[in-house]
Design a protein around this ligand. Structure first.
Ligand code: HEC
Length: 281
């Protein structure tokens, strides 16, 4: 246990500053942020092309990459894609389907998250799925795993190859983006970490047996079949897990904070292709 504590302190020391640093979230525009963020990683891991960042830690570790590629050849999430396809095709009790809400096209990844100007909120795909269900008299699904993750796996699989392009169309949208950025860079927990402590300044380094992935591309590959979970999980499940690692109380899945965080993080992966679902250690 002592060793773990030491590793954490060492991480803390190297994560003193970077990117937003002491600046306010509103000091830089999304376009400036994107450039800073991409340049940071292009310099840190020179030679790794942008699209590669969709592969998380395997973009920067050749040794673990081989093993991962072998796993992706017979992906553990394949049965879940099929489950999700079954859900997509199965009418609700009232006869409507998911297609009735999504214009019959399961390849919806590129359309989410988006800024819903009328409701003044970030709309995510899982939230839209549950709104479709409740509008048709069905119970909402849990957000972290299970049926929701299966349906997302199918919809993401159908969306593979779509490019991330998140619009930030007006001042309210920008405020939500900046709120998400603040969630990302807020220091919290007794370790006083922010997300960048691990996924920018310590990316490529090890924390216990896990190598820390670069933040670039973090929104592209969901849902994820994690060997450690032994099942499929969603992006917000991962957010919650990382907040626990920071010894902070996680926000609610699909609550405003995590939706804004997703909005910010997805914008930061602009121009990378969606490639979910994926397998991770
Ligand atoms: C104490 C270090 C630490 C902090 C701080 C941290 N994470 Fe993580 N995170 C990890 C580890 C370890 C993993 C698993 C290995 C990897 O993929 O980086 C991970 C994985 C992830 C992944 C999945 C990457 C993939 O390719 O599947 C995402 C997304 C993520 N973190 C987001 C966040 C966000 C957002 C925050 C801030 C709320 C955060 N993390 C804070 C340690 C951390």
């Amino acid at each position: 246990m002592k060793i773990v504590k030491f590793a954490m302190i060492a991480l803390c020391a190297i994560s003193a500053s970077a990117f937003a640093g002491d600046k306010k979230a509103t000091d830089t525009t999304p376009a400036e942020d994107l450039k800073t963020y991409q340049d940071y990683f292009f310099k840190r891991f020179s030679g790794v092309p942008l699209q590669e960042y969709a592969n998380g830690v395997y973009a920067i570790n050749e040794a673990s990459r081989e093993n991962w590629e072998a796993i992706e050849e017979f992906p553990p999430y394949e049965p879940m894609i099929e489950e999700g396809e079954g859900m997509w095709n199965q009418p609700f009790a009232n006869g409507a389907t998911y297609g009735s809400c999504f214009g019959d096209d399961p390849a919806q990844r590129k359309n989410y998250p988006y800024w819903d100007a009328a409701r003044k909120m970030v709309m995510t795909l899982p939230l839209a799925i549950n709104e479709c269900r409740t509008a048709n008299g069905e119970k909402p699904l849990k957000y972290k795993k299970g049926a929701m993750a299966n349906l997302l796996a199918y919809m993401s699989y159908e969306s593979r190859g779509q490019k991330i392009n998140v619009a930030i169309p007006d001042a309210d949208a920008l405020a939500a983006y900046n709120a998400g950025k603040s969630v990302y860079f807020a220091r919290r927990g007794q370790l006083n970490f922010n997300c960048a402590s691990c996924h920018m300044e310590s990316s490529g380094q090890y924390i216990r047996s896990e190598q820390l992935s670069p933040a670039l591309g973090h929104a592209t590959n969901w849902p994820v079949y994690r060997s450690k979970w032994g099942e499929l999980g969603t992006l917000h499940r991962r957010f919650a897990g990382c907040m626990k690692q920071m010894r902070a109380k996680p926000y609610k899945t699909q609550g405003e904070e995590f939706r804004n965080l997703e909005y910010f993080l997805t914008h930061m992966s602009s121009d990378i292709e969606y490639n979910g679902p994926s397998a991770r250690k």
